[in-house]
Design a binder for this molecule. Structure first.
Ligand code: IVH
Length: 674
């Protein structure tokens, strides 16, 4: 086989494995084998630039170098919106209108979930993705092809034997699954960025990102629900979707074709609760006449088709009285307004506080103290004030209180607040004189993903800070047992625990230290990138903006923030004190460089039981040093189990069921010469 043939073969294989994993949720090969094939393809493509293909599996990796400029593209067929209703009766009326319009009773209705993301249209030529365009205004949208290519469940090239037509367009919804959404918001909070209000906003912000590397990291998904193609000969929408599924598109498994308005109602009722267990957000169901000829006959009104309707589930909503607006100051100094309301029952929990996000939100709602406000909770998101009951305000003008105006000084340290041009947030600039900011920085420093000092929590920090025993993160390393005894009502044993935690943190790797400093916008991933690039705190301190910006994954915002951080004398002193305390200020060399034999490269190992020669922790570290990966539970991906004394029986059963080898401590050490 020539190298060129091998390139084509590898592309097809990798597309197939990718589809199995991201669309069908099955794994045909191990990650290790997948990575090996991908590396082989990368190397061959580098040697044959004439074979470049934007749809190659190697192109699924995002890039920070492309700054996307989105071209406007006109849709070949307008992307219509649907008639919306919140009323089950109107859905039944819709079924009635359809039957009447067609003059028959036997009209199949395709029931689908209404995914809550943003709609997208993909165009394929000869089985290859050529363009991805957002809905825009329905007539024209933005070309976001580069960003869609890194959504792993979107097919880039459809296998030749799948029998797809030469040209077709397919539409669906780009979504951010709940798991990605929560992880993203957690990361943003740590980096001092405002969280996204819901997965839809997060997905839409992400898809419009200038960097496809950002899109890749945020793990979007896409479900497809409409095929536009004249070249195929099927009679129904449902059959079209089955074809799309065969070509490799992700099509919801929860689509049902029903035969009556009663069955439609049953679907709506069933999914009102069942949808809460789905991995992605949905906000209703879409009901579509299934027969394509019937659709043609029904036609459309000026705005939307007569053959479909969207039923939206009502968000859980309550009405209550706004008593006061208070303010919280975060680690980065951002001041968040909080609505304090009369307690009210909402979706099973009592709600009395809701975030008002920022000054603009207060303005938009035109809030007055004493207003009756509507509070909503969608899915598992924190309650939001979505509006004011203006009718009540009009009926009882004497009850209107003072208009809410955003605080002008910090509620804690009384420093005048600032709002930067183009930013929604308002900040307290007293970085080193404002207790919640100082405490927040220390909390971040000890947190799990930073220095991991579990024995010190927010309560202890409160006590230590308020009593003046610590003022900043470096003070932690000067603490003595007498400072800690009774710090939060604790005795000697917990004081010792705290000291041990502080001591152990000195061994935490350099990238954790970089993250723990709490430099604005420097999340876990950026900290690791910076640590790997600069290798030492000394080099990082001296980095210029240009050098920082040129690092893939860093960019201008983080670059500027890092430079500003180290420009500050206060921070430089802090780093000096941390260095003197003995924290890791150098990047540890990787296993391969430190000379450890990479005999476990690519292996996934589960450790179970207790051992004679080394502790579990030592074995875990050894596995990593030798290139292996520790897994916490057994899966089909596990290479083998390193079993000590007292391995649990359920683990043994699972391993035997999956045919996974169980190695004793001695066998393991002997086999790998360790
Ligand atoms: S069908 C002409 N099916 O809801 C019919 N739409 O206004 C085209 N949506 O903009 C839409 N899930 O973004 C359809 N299963 C589904 C859907 C769905 C979500 C969105 C779509 C559209 C809006 C309806």
């Amino acid at each position: 086989m020539t190298e060129k043939e091998r390139i084509l073969q590898l592309r097809e294989l990798l597309h197939r494995y990718n589809r199995a994993y991201y669309v069908d949720s099955t794994s045909l090969i191990s990650d290790f084998e997948f990575d090996a094939l991908m590396h082989e393809l990368e190397a061959l493509e580098a040697a044959h630039p004439e074979m470049a293909d934007p749809n190659s599996p190697t192109q699924r990796v995002g890039s920070d170098l492309n700054t996307n400029e989105f071209q406007t593209v006109v849709h070949a067929v307008p992307m219509l919106s649907l008639g919306n209703t919140y009323s089950p009766e109107e859905v039944t009326a819709f079924c009635g209108r359809v039957e009447e319009g067609l003059g028959r009773k036997d009209v199949d209705i395709c029931c689908e979930l209404k995914f809550d993301g943003l709609s997208i249209s993909l165009v394929y030529e000869h089985g290859n993705l050529v363009r991805a365009v957002t809905r825009g205004d329905g007539t024209q949208g933005d070309d976001v092809t580069n960003n869609v290519r890194v959504i792993k469940s979107v097919p880039l090239a459809i296998p030749a034997d799948a029998g797809c037509p030469e040209h077709f367009e397919i539409r669906g919804e780009v979504l951010m699954p709940w798991s990605s959404f929560h992880a993203l918001n957690e990361e943003r909070e740590i980096a001092g960025e405002p969280p996204f209000a819901n997965p839809r906003n997060a997905a839409s912000g992400t898809l419009k990102s200038k960097s496809s590397a950002v899109v890749e990291r945020r793990k979007l998904d896409a479900y497809f629900y409409q095929l536009i193609c004249d070249e195929i000969d099927v009679a129904t929408h449902h059959e079209q979707l089955l074809l799309a599924k065969k070509w490799g598109f992700k099509v919801s498994e929860h689509i049902e074709v029903v035969h009556s308005a009663e069955e439609v109602q049953e679907y709506i009722t069933r999914w009102d609760t069942a949808r809460r267990d789905l991995p992605v957000a949905t906000d209703g169901v879409v009901l579509k006449v299934d027969n394509l000829a019937f659709r043609q006959a029904l036609g459309m009104t000026s705005k939307s088709p007569r053959w479909a309707i969207a039923y939206k589930y009502k968000a859980d909503r309550a009405r209550t009285l706004l008593r006061a607006v208070t303010y919280q100051v975060g680690r980065t100094g951002v001041v968040t307004p909080v609505a304090n309301m009369d307690p009210v029952l909402l979706a099973g929990t009592i709600v009395k506080r809701a975030s008002l996000h920022n000054e603009d939100m207060i303005e938009k709602l035109d809030l007055h103290i004493g207003d009756f406000v509507f509070v909503e909770k969608a899915g598992e998101i924190i309650p939001q004030i979505v509006g004011v009951d203006l009718e009540h305000r009009a009926a009882a003008p004497e009850e209107i209180g003072e208009k809410v105006r955003f605080a002008t000084v910090c509620p804690v340290c009384h420093t005048p607040l600032t709002r930067y041009e183009g930013e929604a947030g308002t900040y307290c600039p007293a970085e080193y004189g404002c207790a919640p900011q100082m405490k927040g920085k220390i909390e971040h420093f000890v947190s799990r993903d930073a220095m991991g000092i579990n024995s010190i929590g927010p309560k202890t920090i409160d006590v230590l800070y308020d009593s003046g025993r610590i003022r900043d993160i470096a003070d932690l390393f000067d603490l003595r047992i007498s400072d800690l005894c009774g710090a939060d009502g604790s005795r000697e044993r917990s004081a010792m625990n705290m000291l041990r935690g502080i001591e152990e943190s000195k061994q935490k790797p350099f990238h954790k230290v970089v993250f723990a400093l709490g430099i604005r916008f420097v999340g876990k991933v950026a900290a690791k990138t910076l640590a790997e690039h600069f290798k030492s705190m000394d080099a990082l301190c001296k980095a210029g903006e240009e050098e920082l910006q040129a690092i893939p994954g860093i960019g201008p915002v983080i670059g500027k923030s890092v430079v500003n951080y180290f420009r500050d004398e206060h921070n430089r002193k802090l780093v000096e004190r941390l260095t003197a305390a003995g924290l890791q200020m150098q990047q540890e060399e990787k296993g391969a460089e430190s000379g450890a034999p990479q005999v476990l490269a690519g292996l996934r190992i589960v450790i179970s039981g207790t051992f004679e020669k080394h502790s579990r922790e030592e074995y875990k570290a050894l596995i990593e040093r030798c290139g292996g990966k520790n897994q916490s539970s057994i899966s089909s991906q596990t290479s083998f189990i390193l079993a000590g004394e007292g391995m649990g029986p359920s683990k043994r059963v699972k391993a035997e069921k999956l045919g996974i080898e169980i190695l004793s401590e001695a066998d393991f050490l002997e086999r790998y010469g360790l």
